[in-house]
Design a protein. Sequence first.
Length: 161
Amino acid sequence: MGELGLAPRAYLDDPHPGVRACAALAPALADDPAATAAILEALADPAATERWFTHRPPQLHTHIRFRLTHAAIERVDDPERLLPAALALAPIAGPWNANSDWGPLLLAILGPRRDGPLTDPQRRYLAALVDNEALWDPRNGNASLAMREAGLPHDRAACRA
């Protein structure tokens, strides 16, 4: 319905979290606070999104959390509002999806790099990423590029400090 330009607002109250999330992704609901809240609610448990559907809807060519992450970033410009989703995602993030979820969130939360200390949300998200050992293989170019784009070294010890 969303891809046809319709606003499936009624499905934001569906009992199934996958139906709510898919409805929230509709472009016609991009400015709807309830749709944005449904996206952020879905991202509060990104691992659960993998269990929503027995068969992935054909519109979702990849993990639904990737689409939800990008929609959240497009709709929410407050790093503090994105932080719960980012913190929930950090433990399950993999280096191969640096362009799909954790990397874009890192850019959204850090914003343009500037001199000075990191804010509390920035520090908290970076600390959560540091805790995920899988992201720190120096041979992984995706993870390295995501860190460089955020103005950070792809060095776990340096980021921990």
